[in-house]
Design a protein around this ligand. Structure first.
Ligand code: HEM
Ligand SMILES: [Ca+2]
Length: 369
């Protein structure tokens, strides 16, 4: 499974020369694993290592220090930025399409049901405005997203991974695609595997990416059915550890069941008018409920082995041996997880590249320039 050649660059935390092999590597990930041929996407310019070295040499430093200073004052920075990059890159690639506001009655991805509780748009705006001061009109929102997510992973105790830059921003938002193609927390294992396979990820990579669920918050609406009425049985999900069930119920009590069901469960019934701000008031469960802070990865997988997955999708990773084997491997080997997660994040960050002359560099990340 492991591709030779990935190994050399994935866990290099500094500007070592080995990073310089990244250009050919990322193209090979993109073209061979995603199975798109160059001609399908109009021969775009490849990404480059430190693309902004001449046009905005401080760009990566500005992003890093801004994410860090925000992280010091707000605990939700790392999970918000990490989830944002997944929701962007999974839908038509890493083109910042997820950041666009609706215009002229055309729905935006932001408002699609699976994105209803996304956070961090304000963080991206703050980073972008600092970049606009330093080098107006130069650094794309798509690059800010991937670099911001990498910084978040490092701050959360995860691995560093090298990233190339030069992504450009889309002029389109793909609200319908996001509604139907972002995975749903009630998906079962075959659905998850198929969804990630359609973006070129194998089972091992998929299991490693879900390690992102080591940090952040799950709002109760996504798990109420597991706690009180699993599959219409009026009983909890029998696969949940009983003590863990009690813990989750204490955070998400029955009265919340009166909340309207998540539109994620029935995308077609949503009118797209959901308000983002409301989710911050909603009760939820911290993913690192055991104070996992220091254990990005392994504690998540150990929890799964103890039937303490919070989302149904999380626990589904142990539903079949082919994925459970990776859960066991990551639960017991931090550095294996770190390498695999780094490699999978690099691949995620290079999905569906939009590079010059395609796309644009937005001035405000929520508006087409
Ligand atoms: C089968 C795939 C996945 C599903 C169904 C899924 C679903 C969810 C759901 C329902 C939440 C809770 C949102 C809320 O309560 O507001 C969540 C949170 C989160 N997800 Fe995923 N996710 C998946 C994969 C991923 C991947 C691949 C990543 C990143 C690489 C990721 C990163 C996150 C993060 C960091 C959070 C916490 C967000 C926060 O606290 O603001 N997820 N996810
Ligand atoms: Ca996108």
């Amino acid at each position: 499974e492991t591709k030779k050649g990935f190994r050399t660059i994935t866990h290099s935390p500094s500007d070592s020369p080995s990073i310089l092999v990244a250009p050919s590597m990322s193209r090979s990930i993109f073209f061979s694993k995603i199975a798109k041929k160059p001609e399908d996407i109009g021969n775009p310019r490849p990404l480059e290592y430190d693309f902004y070295r001449k046009s905005c040499p401080q760009a990566e430093k500005i992003i890093r220090s801004k994410v860090r200073s925000l992280y010091e004052v707000r605990s939700d920075v790392a999970p918000a930025l990490l989830r944002l990059v997944f929701h962007d890159c999974f839908i038509e690639g890493c083109d910042a399409s997820v950041l666009l506001d609706a215009v002229d009655g055309i729905d935006s991805e932001k408002e699609s049901p699976p994105n209803e509780t996304l956070k961090g748009f304000d963080l991206i705006d703050m980073i972008k405005s600092q970049l606009e001061e330093a080098c107006p009109g130069v650094v794309s929102c798509a690059d800010i997203l991937v670099l911001g997510a990498r910084e978040s992973v490092v701050l959360a105790g995860g691995p560093f991974y090298p990233l190339q830059t030069g992504r450009r921003d889309s002029t389109l938002s793909f609200s319908e695609v996001a509604t139907y193609e972002l995975p749903n927390p009630q998906n079962d294992l075959p659905q998850i595997v198929a969804s990630f396979a359609s973006r070129g990820f194998n089972e091992r990579e998929t299991v490693s990416l879900l390690g992102a669920h080591s940090i952040g918050t799950i709002h109760c609406r996504f798990i109420l059915n597991r706690l009180y009425n699993f599959g219409g049985t009026d009983e909890p999900d029998p696969t949940l550890d009983p003590q863990f069930l009690d813990l989750l119920r204490s955070k998400c009590n029955d009265s919340h069941t009166s909340l309207s069901p998540s539109p994620l469960l029935s995308p077609s019934s949503d009118d797209g008018s959901a308000s983002r701000s409301s989710s911050s008031q909603e009760p939820g469960v911290e993913m690192d409920y055991q104070g996992r802070g220091s254990g990005f990865g392994s504690l998540y997988y150990r929890g799964l082995l103890e039937s303490k997955g919070i989302l149904y999708v999380d626990q589904q990773l142990t539903a079949e041996e082919k994925t459970e084997a990776w859960v066991r491997a990551y639960a017991s080997d931090d550095s294996l997880f770190g390498r695999d997660f780094a490699r999978a994040m690099m691949k995620l960050s290079n999905l569906g590249l939009l590079t010059g002359p395609m796309g644009q560099v937005r001035i405000s990340c929520s508006k087409v320039a």
